[in-house]
Design a protein around this ligand. Sequence first.
Ligand code: WA2
Length: 281
Amino acid sequence: TNEDIIMKRRETLANMCDERARVLQDQFNVSLNHVHALSILVSTFHHGKSPSAIDQKTFEEYTERTNFERPLTSGVAYALKVPHSEREKFEKEHGWSIKKMETEDQTVVQDCVPENFDPAPTQDEYAPVIFAQETVSHIVSVDMMSGEEDRENILRARASGKGVLTSPFKLLKSNHLGVVLTFAVYDTSLVPDATEEQRIEATIGYLGASYDMPSLVEKLLHQLASKQTIAVDVYDTTNASGLIKMYGSEIGDTSEQHISSLDFGDPSRNHEMHCRFKHKL
Ligand code: WA2
C-alpha cells in the first residue's frame, strides 16, 4: 500500500542519515585524537628539549606527512602564550612583530593577509602562532587572542584541559564557515588534579586545528553512495534560538526530514545532521 511505501521511505532516510552522521562523527573523532597527540608532541620535543627539536620546517614536514591522520582538518598550527612583559624579547628573538587578526569586515580583501596586518595593540597577553602547517601558513605571527572565536577557545581550552570547539565562523583566507579545535599545552608544573587557576598558570601554548566544513563534509559525503538521493545539512544547535548551518544546500523537501545527533567531543557544543530526500515521492 501507499502507507507501506511512505513508511519504508522514512526508514531508508533515517538509516542513511544515521550512517552519514556516524561516519562524520567518527572521522571528526579520529582527527581530534590526532590533534591531541600533536599537542603532546610539541610539549615533548619543543618545550621538553633544549635546544628544541622542532622548528617551523620540521613542524611543516611532520604535519604534512601525517595529514592522513586528520581527515577533516584543513590545517594545524601552534601558538605560544606570551605575557605582555615578554613581548619585546619575544619579537626580538623571532625577528617579527605580533600581528592583530583582521577580518574582512574591517579591511578590503587584498589587505587580509598577515603581511599587511597591523601590530597587535597592547594587551595583557598574546597567542602568536609560531608553527603552522603549510596550508595555514598565513596565520604565522598572528595573535590568535585578537580573534573573538579563537580567543574564547583558547581561554576555555586552557582552563579545562580538554579539546574545545568554536562555534562556526568565517576562517581567515577562506570563503567558508569553519570551526577551530584547540588543545592547551602545559609545562611540567601541572599536577594531575589541577584547578582551573593552576591550569591557566601552567599553560605555555595552544595547538589548534581548523576545519573548513563545506569542503570537508563534501569530500566525506562524496565517498558514500547515494549522494544524488539525499540532501544533508550540518548544524551547530548549541543556541536553541538560532541554529547555525555549517554545511548544506537549499534543495529538497524539508517537510519530510530526519535528524541524527552528532557528537564532536565538546560537551558545551551541540550539533545535528538534518537529512531529506532531494525528490518528492
Ligand atoms: N586557524 C586557521 N585559520 C583560522 C584560524 C585558526 N586558528 N582562526 C581564524 N582563521 C593556533 O587555537 C590555537 C587556529 C588557532 C590555534
